[in-house]
Design a protein around this ligand. Structure first.
Ligand SMILES: [Zn+2]
Length: 499
């Protein structure tokens, strides 16, 4: 069946169909050694230097499970309100991949380490509870490099190289239950969930969770069913979703695409799809394998994992403050609304705002700059807030200059733009560009007097009691100073001169 070209506009799609989403997140654990051997996991080592008979799958070698990886997985499970298995096994997942030296992957199948938890996410001040189906442990594969072609893909390449350094790196997979009832919020809920999960993993110190480096990878499932239908629709699984923004865009695109397929009287194909950052669309990949295709069976070379109850309780007692608790604490310190806090959190700006406040800004100002002007710049550039070329200390300084009356909001925006353009520190920019607000009276009085002299009719109105006409004079003063006048002081002066 060929792909339909057209999409149904988002709001229209949602008026007739109800989405169900699901997320599968792979997290590279930050252990010092691999999952089943003692090879180092450090990034950027010489290709094929961090390998041994076990992770190369040489005959006769035997894996031994990494205790730290099991502990990290239990930390994640506990933080996600899961039950921790008292006894479980690893399983062999059989499939052929040239960069997988054993021709099977050691994973977990029907006996995951952690099951049945949840994570709450807030969107627009509303809480959505995302059920966690399972958290299991597995090993990563190696990496193929396709050389000589223009695209780096296998098509058109002259030859391929393989690096087994990655083979055997511990991965945790966090799988949600299907999330229904989110309606038009579905794309934002998906993004908020991954943001929340990322923050949680960072707080637990189990991974460096860098989506751009692949240590946090996300597959997004989406299905649509007609509103009021008793069954869910067929789902697609979108791969290659490598940023928070892409998670939102991928769900949104699939809703618009699947609505068009259903509108045309066709069936959504259950398949793996690939997300393309540049066009914001998805295209079909292979059709989805069923579990039986992998011929899972319990891994005979490893003993079962049976975490001691006392050990699990020790891990529980050692959990740090989790993001939800931190958010509640910061909210009470900052005095911001639920809506403000969920906006900050969903924009991935909590740390930025916190650092800006720590550098001296008022919480409401820090929120205003990060979620307003700076979010606009990040959006335009298609990057995350944290990737902007501005530091919390610089934002705090701009906010301080506004508070002191040295800048107004308009000038502050110019300064922020200059910082982003690499022009240096806020004070230097104000100095170099002559941006400071004119609030010293002698300069301002001259301008005010000139504007009064030039507008006798407006002055007459004000003198006759129409004080609203002051706005016209103030506008001229701002124009004459190219926006640099302290508006409050200028208004006072106008009224003083006409009194
Ligand atoms: Zn090894």
């Amino acid at each position: 069946m060929s792909e339909l070209a057209e999409l149904v506009p988002y709001d229209e799609a949602l008026s007739r169909y109800e989405p169900v989403i699901g997320l599968e997140t792979h997290v590279e654990l930050g252990t010092a050694t691999k999952m089943f051997c003692g090879c180092p996991t450090a990034f950027g080592l010489e290709p094929n230097s961090a390998v041994c008979p076990v992770c190369l799958g040489l005959p006769g070698s035997l894996p031994v499970a990494n205790r730290a990886a099991i502990e990290y997985t239990i930390r994640i499970g506990l933080a996600l309100n899961c039950s921790i298995a008292t006894w479980c096994r690893f399983a062999r997942k059989n499939y052929f991949y040239p960069d997988m030296p054993k021709d099977f992957q050691i994973s977990q199948y029907d006996e995951p380490l952690c099951t049945d938890g949840w994570l709450d996410v807030a969107v627009d001040g509303q809480i959505f509870r995302v059920g966690i189906e399972r958290v299991h442990l597995e090993e990563d594969t190696g990496k193929s490099l396709h050389m000589g072609g223009a695209t780096g893909r296998i098509h058109g390449a002259d030859y391929s190289l393989v690096d087994y350094n990655r083979a055997g790196i511990p991965l945790v997979e966090v799988v949600t239950k299907p999330v229904a009832g989110t309606g038009s919020h579905a794309p934002v809920v998906a993004r908020a969930y991954v943001t929340e999960l990322r923050d949680l993993l960072r707080a637990l110190q189990v991974s460096d969770v860098r989506m751009e480096e692949g240590s946090l990878r996300c597959d997004v499932n989406t299905s649509l069913a007609p509103r009021g239908a008793s069954e869910w629709g067929t789902r697609t699984e979108t791969k290659n979703v490598n940023s928070l923004r892409s998670v939102e865009r991928a769900v949104r695109f699939e809703i618009e695409r699947q609505a068009a397929v259903l509108d045309a009287g066709q069936q959504v194909v259950q398949e793996t799809r690939h997300f393309h950052e540049d066009h914001g669309n998805t295209t079909p990949g292979r059709s989805k394998e069923e579990a039986q295709d992998y011929r899972y069976f319990p891994e005979p070379d490893l003993v079962p994992v049976a975490p001691d109850a006392q050990w699990v309780e020790q891990i529980r007692a050692s959990l740090p403050e989790l993001p939800a608790a931190r958010l509640a604490r910061l909210q009470s310190q900052w005095g911001l609304s639920d809506l403000d806090m969920s906006a900050i959190s969903n924009a991935g700006a909590l740390m930025l705002v916190e650092s800006t406040v720590a550098a001296g800004a008022a919480p409401s100002d820090a929120r205003k700059w990060w979620l307003g002007e700076l979010a606009r710049h990040a959006n335009e550039a298609g990057i995350e807030l944290s990737e902007l070329a501005v530091t919390p200390a610089q934002v705090a300084r701009v906010s301080e200059l506004v508070k002191a009356g040295a800048l107004n909001d308009k000038l502050a925006r110019v300064v922020l733009e200059a910082i982003l353009a690499g022009e240096g520190e806020p004070d230097a920019i104000v100095e170099a560009r002559g941006l400071a607000v004119v609030s010293d009276d002698s300069a301002l009085v001259q301008t005010v007097d000139a504007v009064i002299a030039a507008n006798p009719d407006v002055v007459a109105k004000i003198r006759a009691g129409k004080t609203a006409a002051v706005g016209a004079l103030l506008g001229d003063v701002m124009k004459a100073t190219r926006g640099r006048a302290d508006a409050t002081r200028a208004r006072e002066l106008i009224l003083q001169r006409l009194a």
